[in-house]
Design a binder for this molecule. Structure first.
Ligand code: ATP
Ligand code: MG
Length: 183
């Protein structure tokens, strides 16, 4: 996988499979600390201690259709390659938080990728069932996007409406430029 955004889609898929109704995607870029932190937090079914211990084993999966589960292992590997670290916190019945840290300017740190498109793809696919919060911090600037707030403003118009998605995409791009994370 070339971009972190593709890893994000993968990890969010786990959250959706776990029945999450609220999924937070948080990116923190701090140039002074030379650090990039990616956090994905869900309120899905969570995991017990035994399961958490096994999830980084590529041969562990609870999917019925396959024998390998690579999503978490691959993100952990991407963090390791950029001299960062990786952590999973989970509570059965409460939810799961996956955190990956990267040395920001590390030569092997994957680019963030297209976050506007990533969020739009998620909303187009699952926006009616799941609320997404996307927070992006770049140094002292930040941007917070919350589909729950948008749904309230939309009244009866569905959030996965094509025209709505276009407006949201433009807005995310504009905000990411404002905080200085997109050229
Ligand atoms: N957010 C989560 N909530 C609850 N369980 C999770 C969560 N993320 C992962 N798991 C558990 O960890 C297992 C491994 O996840 P991982 O993403 O590495 O592989 P996978 O989802 O099984 O397969 P793949 O990602 O390759 O399609 C999952 O099958 C699931 O049992
Ligand atoms: Mg997965």
């Amino acid at each position: 996988m070339q971009d972190l955004s593709l890893h994000i889609l993968d990890i969010v898929e786990n959250s959706i499979d776990a029945g999450a109704k609220k999924i937070e995607i948080i990116i923190k870029e701090n140039i002074r600390q030379n650090l990039l932190v990616l956090k994905i937090k869900d309120n899905g079914k969570g995991m017990d201690k035994n399961t958490i211990a096994k999830v980084l084993d590529p041969f562990y999966t609870t999917k019925k259709t396959r024998r390998v589960g690579l999503g978490l292992s691959m993100l952990a590997q991407a963090a390791k390659e950029a001299e960062g670290d990786f952590n999973i916190k989970s509570k059965k019945g409460k939810g799961t938080t996956v955190t990956a840290k990267f040395v920001h300017d590390h030569i092997d740190r994957k680019p963030i990728g297209n976050m506007a498109e990533t969020i739009i793809v998620l909303i187009a696919g699952k926006g009616m069932k799941v609320d997404f919060i996307y927070e992006h911090h770049k140094n002292s600037k930040n941007f917070v996007f919350d589909t729950k707030i948008i749904k309230n403003e939309l009244n009866d118009v569905p959030i996965n409406n094509a025209e709505v998605l276009n407006i949201l995409r433009k807005n995310i791009i504009k905000e990411l430029k404002r905080i200085g994370t997109m050229i």
